[in-house]
Design a binder for this molecule. Structure first.
Ligand code: MSP
Length: 480
């Protein structure tokens, strides 16, 4: 039995703008996984936060005529609100402007310096403020960063460098052996391939960026925002006895920072690297990249308005496999909502509880034949969830819905005599409770309503033989 709680993190988001569903995607996934682990009986800690320093934020603040601190204080509220509206049950929200973080980041960099992992050099190249990273000429389209549609700036200044190149072999071994698990597997291979091409030392400071944490060993420079941001996990994790982190959930664009730079920084100060990093794919909207310029940015609140919080959470994770790229369009989201939720789980719950309402002494439990059908699907769901295959887990759950629907249609309990009716309903109620259990991490609010209509409270073993008084379930997902 692991004594340390499972420590799960999301990226800390840039607060240069309000959240969109790209940011919500990782956060909802982390919340679903966190709830799954709790359901499995694991103690967990779940960290979210905001990335508040650097040129990108300073630029956005200036445009709005505010100081960076005033600006981030305002935007961070919209992130906290978005997470509350999406039912994200995090344990802590870290801000990189928190004094605790500024202190930890300084100590961390001082340790790197004392251990001779910091050297001085000249930093030269093309820098995209939007990405807050160096760009190679091949990454540009018509001389511009394709992600931000702006030309990068030519930088040349004397900076401090972290000796990343010293860690190549150690990192290769860690990732190859899965001591540091990088998932999905194609991402692991991609990182290993890049690692084998060799590593260069990286700049960890900026001379001209004022909005940042001063280097402890040279106050004329501030920390490079990415280096400082990665340390957030440690700022919270270390003093709370959570280190090493068990899972960093991120998007594929920031994998190199997490799977290479961050573990090397930790190894340099004698700390353990994280245990697992999972990089999910990107989604597009109706085939196009989500961007303000195209005007196709979807906010979490728009999704919630249309599908309610549980519908929004479900659709974000069930529309395509978590590790791959995928596309969203409103028509397909509505179709999926209707199929899986309104006509699927919602309709099934309402059918079963209506039939069972008022029938005293209906017990919940599958008979042997039904157990044989349901058990393997439940195991499939469990295995999928364990591997963060949220899509696979929802497919398995929908299989249960279809089996139960079919069983109802074939046995026609409404036409049966009381005793036989009870036998059928016993199976149906048990399957419904399993469906609610499998859906709970995705849609906690609605599933709690199913549980309560079954006389169950969340956390109760759904397979227990409990005598129930069933009340009619209110309609869960109104048809659109
Ligand atoms: N601040 C850094 C992270 C530092 S972590 C120590 C950052 N922030 S971000 O706000 O730009 O992006 C955060 C996350 O949102 C990334 O994991 C990114 O992959 C994800 N997404 C942004 N747009 C997305 C989509 N369109 N689709 C899926 N996820 C995307 O990077």
């Amino acid at each position: 039995m692991d004594k340390k709680p499972f420590f799960i993190t999301t990226p800390i988001y840039y607060v240069n703008d309000v959240p969109h569903i790209g940011s919500a995607y990782t956060t909802v996934a982390a919340d679903v996984y966190n709830r799954f682990l709790k359901q499995e009986g694991r103690a967990t800690k779940f960290l979210v936060g905001s990335d508040e320093h650097g040129a990108k934020i300073a630029e956005a603040a200036e445009k709005s005529g505010k100081s960076p601190k005033e600006y981030t204080d305002e935007i961070v509220i919209s992130f906290k609100d978005a997470w509350a509206n999406l039912g994200i049950g995090y344990d802590h929200f870290i801000r990189t402007t928190d004094p605790e973080h500024e202190k930890t980041a300084s100590i961390f960099l001082q340790k790197l310096y004392d251990g001779s992992f910091i050297t001085k050099g000249v930093y030269e190249g093309l820098y995209c403020v939007g990405c807050e990273k160096f760009k190679s000429a091949e990454e540009l389209v018509d001389g511009k960063c394709p992600d931000h549609n702006r030309a990068p700036e030519q930088y040349q200044e004397e900076n401090y460098f972290f000796t990343l190149s010293k860690f190549q072999i150690e990192l290769e071994n860690l990732i190859e052996s899965d001591k540091l698990e990088v998932r999905p597997l194609e991402r692991k291979n991609e990182i290993l391939g890049k690692l084998r091409q060799g590593l260069q030392d990286i700049s960890v400071s900026r001379k001209k960026v004022e909005w940042g944490i001063p280097l402890p060993f040279d106050h004329a420079q501030t920390m490079y925002v990415w280096i400082e941001a990665l340390i957030n996990y440690y700022t919270y994790g270390k003093p709370n006895n959570l280190w090493p982190a068990d899972l960093h959930l991120i998007g594929k664009d920031i994998l190199w920072f997490h799977a290479v730079i961050w573990p090397a920084m930790l190894l340099a100060i004698g700390e353990e690297p994280p245990k697992k990093i999972f990089a999910h794919g990107f989604f597009t909207i109706s085939g196009a990249k989500m961007s303000k310029t195209l005007g196709n940015v979807i906010s979490p609140s728009e999704l919630i308005q249309k599908f309610d919080v549980d519908g929004a959470r479900y659709l974000l994770l069930s529309s395509f496999p978590f590790g791959t790229d995928g596309d969203f369009d409103w028509a397909r989201l509505i179709e999926k909502y209707n199929a899986d939720l309104a006509n699927g789980i919602g309709n099934l719950a309402s059918r079963i509880t209506t039939l069972a309402a008022g029938i005293e002494g209906v017990v919940l439990g599958t008979d042997a034949a039904m157990s044989e059908v349901v058990s393997p699907i439940f195991k499939k769901w469990q295995a999928a969830m364990g591997e963060l295959d949220f899509y696979g887990a929802t497919v398995a759950t929908q299989e249960l819905v279809k089996i139960c629907d079919k069983y109802l249609n074939e046995t026609k309990p409404w036409a049966l005599a009381e005793e036989e009716k009870r036998t059928v309903l016993k199976n149906c109620l048990a399957i419904l409770s399993v469906i609610a259990g499998c859906s709970y991490p995705f849609m906690p609010q609605s599933m709690e309503r199913i549980f309560s209509s079954l006389g169950l409270t969340v956390g109760t073993d759904a397979w227990g033989k409990t005598v129930l008084f069933i009340t009619k379930n209110p309609q869960l997902f109104p048809r659109l």
